[in-house]
Ligand binder design. Sequence first.
Ligand code: GRF
Length: 191
Amino acid sequence: MRVAVFASGSGSNFEAIVSAVHRQELALEVALLFSDQPEAPVIQRAEKWGIPVVTFSPKSFSSRAAYENDVLSVLAAYEVEWIVLAGYMRLIGSGLLKAYPQKIMNIHPSLLPAFPGLHGIRDAFEAGVSETGVTIHFIDEGIDTGPIIAQEKVRILPEDDVVSLEDRIHQVEHRLYVEVLKAISNRINRI
Ligand code: GRF
């Protein structure tokens, strides 16, 4: 199972996946880190692990279709079979969706369909709900709307602030993403 991780930011989920592969807990190959942010900290993490990095700046393309067309050429060159979004702050367009049907997954820091969008953790905290969580789902045309693969609840404690909540959510994300990828790769490796 050859995977490209797409990320725009810090890359702690990327790191969790790559280190699980390194510990041989996860039987897949991270063939590529792709980023739309040439300065993102995730790039240094990939370099540290010796994972190939490709970055494109979407601003330098005339349209999303043109951008995704070039992304698709890179994915073909690296023989990528699955796309794992890990903090990729950009909508996926029809070019990528058609080329990778039900093979693009995302992680979101809330119990979808609650609190979609860019600020899932803060929005749940400010709403005063007693629990939130993590969702891993397939991507479709919408914002955080695709079919759900796995979810895990995280309680919001009376003593929490956004930072402590975010910290616990990230811990769950790192474990859950590896578990889901393990289940998918086991299924594929058996076929
Ligand atoms: C995670 O909270 C993920 O759920 C969301 O973006 C964040 C990425 O964090 N989609 P990191 O870059 O993996 O540290």
